[in-house]
Design a protein around this ligand. Structure first.
Ligand code: NAP
Length: 234
């Protein structure tokens, strides 16, 4: 992975942080993007961070283009940043709905749009989207979250077909519950048993193995589930 440089969004905690550590350990360079990197104390010569709110209302395109200009060696994207909102749809204002979809769907599309000309020029690129089991089936109280994650999966499938001629591989990873700060502000979390959650380590191992496959092979999608699904209500 020594010739690889990934833009990783949501690199400050949870799954994105685990993937960042895995990529750095494998010899890649990582440009991490999140609002607040102070939660992680990762110091590595190949790790650079940008503090950006990816909510698209704030001129996202310009900010991403600046990162690409500063770091022209970027040849991969792990589009992972996101948060959850669950509950009956009527509980959300129109503003909350727009803001949620802006962060959890539109920002992934805009970041990809910014990087594609760069990858096409280089004739190489790898894009990993962080989907969810909520990309695969609609669940009670998940109207908003499923809309974003289904949308991301549709985007991943479609864009993959548009870019394969430019040696750009696209994959979406769909995990079930992972014990991260994703659940801090939610009314539920994975059950207490170790078998009720997937580890961030296993997700990052999966991502690394996808990236290490020969360039003639694309993993379109992988689904990861905890051995025993159980939810704990707070
Ligand atoms: N945990 C699960 O069970 C699970 C399961 C399936 C899929 N996922 C998906 O995995 C991804 C990562 O979640 P996680 O579980 O690792 O949760 P997490 O620990 O809360 O991490 C979320 C990351 O997204 C970043 N982020 C959130 N809002 C942002 C914004 N407006 N601008 C920039 N960065 C923002 C956060 O950084 P800052 O707060 O510093 O900005 C953080 O680095 C999400 O897309 C989530 O939907 C999670």
């Amino acid at each position: 992975m020594k010739d690889k440089c990934f833009l990783v969004t949501g690199s400050s905690s949870g799954i994105g942080l685990a993937i960042t550590v895995k990529l750095l350990d494998a010899g890649a360079k990582v440009i991490g993007v999140a609002r607040n990197h102070s939660r992680q104390k990762l110091e590595h010569k190949n790790h650079l961070t940008y503090s950006i709110d990816l909510n698209t209302s704030d001129n996202l395109e310009k900010k991403i283009k600046k990162i690409i200009e500063d770091n022209p060696e970027i040849n991969g994207l792990v589009s992972n940043a996101g948060y959850g909102e669950f509950g009956p749809l009527e509980n959300f204002s129109s503003k909350q709905i727009s803001s949620f979809l802006s962060m959890n769907l539109t920002s992934h599309i805009i970041i990809t749009k910014c990087l594609l000309p760069h990858f096409k020029k280089k004739q190489i690129g790898d894009i990993i989207f962080m989907g969810s089991e909520a990309s695969l089936s609609g669940e009670k109280n998940g109207a908003l979250y499923c809309s974003a994650k289904f949308g991301l999966r549709g985007f991943s499938q479609a864009i993959s077909k548009d870019v394969s001629n430019s040696n750009i591989r696209v994959c979406i990873v769909n995990p079930g519950m992972v014990r991260t700060s994703f659940f801090d502000n939610l009314k539920f979390s994975p059950g207490a048993d170790v078998n009720n959650a997937i580890s961030e380590e296993d997700i990052s191992n999966s991502v690394l193995s996808i990236l290490k496959l020969g360039r003639n092979t694309v993993v379109d999608e992988i689904n990861l589930s905890p051995l025993k699904k159980a939810v704990k209500f707070k």
